[in-house]
Design a protein around this ligand. Structure first.
Ligand code: AMP
Ligand code: MG
Length: 479
C-alpha cells in the first residue's frame, strides 16, 4: 500500500516572510494510537496506507510524504490581553494542504513534531495527555456539528518528554480548514507590512470566504462565523479556556484545544484553566472576548479597509457594533431547538434564560438537564420542584403555540441536546489509562462521542456527572 496524498500547498506559495521552512524532527519509535478512518476517507487518504509502517512513520514526522512542503507559520497574538509581536508554530509543523475528493482544502499539521524557529523556550513536543484530549474533544465537537479542527491520528513517539514529571511523547495529526489566526493578521499589521497584509487577506478571502468582494465584507463574514461558533460553544457548555487572538481561527473553527473543558454543573462564570486566574475566558464571557479579539482583527485590517484612516475606523467600528446582534441571533438559533422550538417568538430569550437561571441556582448538570427535556424526564434533576414547575408551565404553553407536535419537538431536542459530551473526569481517566498502556477507556469514549445524540444502552455511566471525588477542578495548558 502506498500513501499518496494530493497536496496543493497554497500557503507555502505566499511570501517567505509568512513562515519558516522546517521539517519535523524524527522520533525514536513511533506507534499508532488512534487513526480516524472516516476522516481519512473524506480527505481521499487510504486508512490502510496511513496505518501501515510507512504511514505511521509519516504521522510521526519521520518520513515526508511526496508533495509535502513542511513549514512553521509565523503569527503574533494577544495572550490574556498582552500583545506578543511574534509567536508562531512552536511545536507544530504544517505538512501541506490536501485537496479532498469533494474539492475542499485542508491543512495537514503535525502537532508535537519538534522545535521550530518559534519554539522559544519550548521543546517543540507534546505529551500523550493533551494529544488524546484534543483528539477526543475536537472529534466530539465535530460530531455535534460544531466547526472545529479535526484529529486524523495520534501516535506515541517512543520518547519521553519532561513536564511536571516524565511523560510519554506523542504527535497529533491535525486537520483544519486553515491555521490562519487573527494573530497572523496582527503579526503583519504590527510591522506595518501592508503588502503582506494584503496578500494574506486575498488568500483568506479566496480560501474561506469566496463570496466576499471587499475587505470589509470579509471582516463581516469572520464576525458572523465567530458569533455562530461561540453561540455553539455556549449551547454545549464548552469553555475554550485560552481565547487569545493567536488561538482564534479566521475560518471560524474551534482551534488550539488546551485547557478547554465542558461544564458538568452549570455555572455561568465557570473557569477551568489553571492559568486563567481572573476568569477572562469564563463561560459567559466568551462572546465579549470574541468581540474583543475580532476588534484586533478589524484594527489590523484598517489600512486595507480604506486608505483614509478615519473612514476606515468608521467602517470597521460600524461592523464591530453589529457583533452583539449577530451573537444574540446565533445564540437564539442554537438554544431554541434545545427547548424544542422551531419558530420564533419575542419572549424566547427570556424563556431560555429562565431555565438557565434555575440551572445556575441549583448547579444543575448542563448536558443532562437539556437532554432530560428531550427524553420525557423534564426537570428530573431539580430539587426546586415548584420553581421548575413554574418554568415548565410557560414552556408547555410556548410549545403549544408551535406548529409541531410533541414527538416532533422531542426529536428536535434530541438532535440539539447531546446525551454524551467528553466529561472532564472521563477524559482524565482515559488519559491515565492510556499512559499506563491501556487504550480501552479512550477507545470506548471515542466511539460513544462519535454519535453523541444517540441513547446508548450500556453507556449510562458515561452520561453521569462526576461524583464529588471525581470532579476535575482545573485543567492545564497541556503543552
Ligand atoms: P497555545 O496558547 O497553547 O496555543 O500556545 C502558545 C504558543 O506557545 C504557541 O506559539 C505555541 O507554538 C507555543 N508552544 C506551546 N507549547 C510549546 C512547546 N512544547 N514547545 C514549543 N512551543 C510551544
Ligand atoms: Mg495556540
Amino acid at each position: 500500500m502506498t500513501l499518496s496524498i494530493r497536496f496543493d500547498n497554497s500557503y507555502a506559495r505566499l511570501p517567505e516572510r509568512f513562515y519558516s521552512r522546517q521539517a519535523p524532527e524524527p522520533v525514536r519509535a513511533p506507534r499508532l494510537i488512534a487513526l480516524n478512518s472516516s476522516l481519512a476517507e473524506a480527505l481521499g487518504l487510504d486508512p490502510g496506507a496511513l496505518a501501515s509502517e510507512d504511514g505511521v512513520q509519516m504521522l510521526a514526522g519521520n518520513r515526508l510524504p511526496e508533495g509535502a512542503d513542511p513549514l512553521a507559520q509565523v503569527y503574533a497574538g494577544h495572550q490574556f490581553g498582552g500583545f506578543v509581536p511574534r509567536l508562531g508554530d512552536g511545536r507544530a509543523i504544517l505538512l501541506g494542504e490536501v485537496l479532498a475528493p469533494d474539492g475542499t482544502r485542508h491543512d495537514i499539521q503535525l502537532k508535537g513534531a519538534g522545535r521550530t524557529p518559534y519554539s522559544r523556550m519550548g521543546d517543540g513536543r507534546a505529551w500523550l495527555g493533551p494529544v488524546l484530549r484534543e483528539y477526543l474533544v475536537s472529534e466530539a465537537m465535530h460530531a455535534q456539528g460544531i466547526p472545529t479542527t479535526r484529529a486524523l491520528a495520534a501516535v506515541e513517539t517512543g520518547e519521553r518528554v519532561i513536564r511536571e514529571t516524565v511523560r510519554p511523547g506523542a504527535v497529533l495529526t491535525r486537520v483544519a480548514a486553515s491555521h490562519i489566526r487573527v494573530g497572523t493578521f496582527q503579526y503583519f499589521a504590527a510591522r506595518q507590512d501592508n503588502d503582506a497584509l494584503e496578500a494574506l487577506t486575498r488568500h483568506v478571502m479566496a480560501r474561506h470566504y469566496p463570496g466576499t468582494e471587499t475587505v470589509l465584507d470579509m471582516l463581516q463574514a469572520v464576525l458572523a462565523a465567530q458569533a455562530r461558533l461561540v453561540a455553539q460553544w455556549m449551547g454545549t457548555g464548552f469553555i475554550h479556556g485560552v481565547m487569545n487572538t493567536d488561538n482564534t481561527s479566521v475560518a471560524g473553527e474551534t482551534i488550539d484545544y488546551g485547557p478547554c473543558a465542558f461544564m458538568d454543573a452549570y455555572r455561568p462564570d465557570q473557569v477551568f484553566s489553571s492559568i486563567d486566574a481572573y476568569g477572562r475566558y469564563a463561560y459567559d464571557r466568551q462572546a465579549d472576548i470574541a468581540a474583543w479579539n475580532l476588534a484586533q482583527l478589524a484594527s489590523a485590517l484598517l489600512p486595507l479597509i480604506d486608505p483614509d484612516r478615519d473612514r476606515a475606523i468608521e467602517q470597521a467600528t460600524a461592523a464591530m457594533h453589529g457583533f452583539p446582534d449577530l451573537f444574540k441571533a446565533a445564540w437564539l438559533e442554537v438554544f431554541r431547538p434545545k427547548i424544542g422550538l422551531a419558530g420564533a417568538e419575542p419572549g424566547d430569550a427570556e424563556l431560555i434564560h429562565g431555565l438557565l437561571d434555575l440551572m445556575a441556582a441549583e448547579r444543575a448538570d448542563f448536558t443532562n438537564t437539556f437532554r432530560d427535556l428531550a427524553e420525557g424526564r423534564a426537570g428530573a434533576g431539580f430539587r426546586d420542584r415548584a420553581g421548575f414547575g413554574d418554568w415548565a408551565r410557560d414552556w408547555t404553553a410556548r410549545l403549544g403555540r408551535e406548529a409541531a407536535t410533541q414527538p416532533e419537538a422531542e426529536a428536535r431536542m434530541r438532535a440539539a441536546n447531546p446525551a454524551f459530551i467528553p466529561r472532564n473526569h472521563r477524559i482524565e481517566a482515559a488519559i491515565s489509562a492510556a499512559a499506563e498502556g491501556d487504550l480501552a477507556p479512550f477507545r470506548r469514549l471515542q466511539e460513544v462521542l462519535e454519535r453523541p445524540f444517540e441513547t446508548r444502552p450500556g453507556a449510562e455511566d458515561l452520561r453521569a456527572p462526576p461524583a464529588p471525588h471525581q470532579e476535575v477542578l482545573q485543567t492545564f495548558c497541556g503543552t
